[in-house]
Write a protein that binds this ligand. Sequence first.
Ligand SMILES: Cc1cc2nc3c(=O)[nH]c(=O)nc-3n(C[C@H](O)[C@H](O)[C@H](O)COP(=O)(O)OP(=O)(O)OC[C@H]3O[C@@H](n4cnc5c(N)ncnc54)[C@H](O)[C@@H]3O)c2cc1C
Length: 371
Amino acid sequence: MGSLALSRVEALDRPAPSISDEVARIARQELAPLASGIDAGTIYPAELLRSLGKVGAWRSHVPQEGPADLRCAIQSIAALGEVCGATAFMAWCQNTLVWYVANSNNLKLAQRFGDDFSSGARLGGTGLSNPMKTFFGIEKFKLKGRKVEGGYVVKGALPWVSNLGPDHFFGTIFEREDEPGSIVMFLADCADPAVTLQPCKPFLAMDGTGTYGVQFRELFVPDELILATTAAAFVKKIRAGFILLQVGMGLGLIKDCIQIMDEVHPPLGHVNRYLPQQPTQFRELHAEFEKEAMALAADPYNAEDSYWRRVIALRLRLGDASVAAAHAAMLHCGARGYLKSHRAQRRLREAYFVAIVTPATKQLRKMLAGD
Ligand SMILES: Cc1cc2nc3c(=O)[nH]c(=O)nc-3n(C[C@H](O)[C@H](O)[C@H](O)COP(=O)(O)OP(=O)(O)OC[C@H]3O[C@@H](n4cnc5c(N)ncnc54)[C@H](O)[C@@H]3O)c2cc1C
């Protein structure tokens, strides 16, 4: 009786778990058993994504009357990434979708979708890879649209969009054929009959992420689904958030690679100490990235060029370090990590995704070069 009363007092004394603590708990208890199925592509974890929404994982970064703070969202994505890179990526997709809606001036759209997306009742993602590459002179817009009464008609195809399903939404951009130079950002409704989701060929990893090729056949996009009629200015506002949220994927992955190296230290430390890269180095790097990410994430609307360059530089270093940490984890594990059943090889495959997802390493280097 005494100890029961005491534990109740202790429970009252303890602060309520933060959103990222709750996300970390779900990651350990519910995501860990699914990770290999998600990796194999046999599971798309829709229910888990909805559960994460219920504990607030998709709403902490919604701006409250002015400033926005991405720190909790990044920490939450990192907690998922520590267990499963594919799920961390889906978390980024969902959080990015919420970010678009929360920053849109289309209040009707924000009212209609804001809560549904941020609560996880509706899932979805983002198709900005092609536009992001186009802004930096790497590709041309794949979607074209023209103004009609009450909206626009859009055609074209995007090769890969993730966290999709038959009732999902995603934000993307088309170029106006009838007004050269104008671009419009909108929400695509996967349930529309003019939208086709095409299954992709198997990937190296990320097969459980609900990734499809998406075709638009003369899709009518009503004004109610327009995120921004002048998408260029809108993208300037959301771009730092778009990139910073990706940092969570790398932070989580690097942390687990350090854990993998630590796990094999007792049996193999006597020989692993000859390897050039040691967990201590990655611990220092992780702490440095986390500190920089938290500083940048507290100020995502900062429009200064020096801030933007810091965001790009951090993102570039994170991609490089993810691959390096996963590579080091493989070397520390030896034959143990070469088993398909060991997560070290999954982490390596996932790490390459951090380095190639838009903005990919090569694009980030181009951006920093100012070309
Ligand atoms: C698993 C996965 C999930 C992704 N999810 C999303 C998402 O949710 N949203 C999003 O916007 N983007 C998504 N992407 C795209 C991703 O962000 C990058 O754009 C992509 O990895 C390529 O980037 P890159 O800069 O290296 O371009 P590159 O690979 O250098 O060039 C890309 C271009 O090359 C061409 N190309 C590439 N592969 C082929 C092929 N097999 N056959 C013919 N042409 C080809 C296409 O024109 C493509 O646009 C996803 C990619 C993958 C692999």
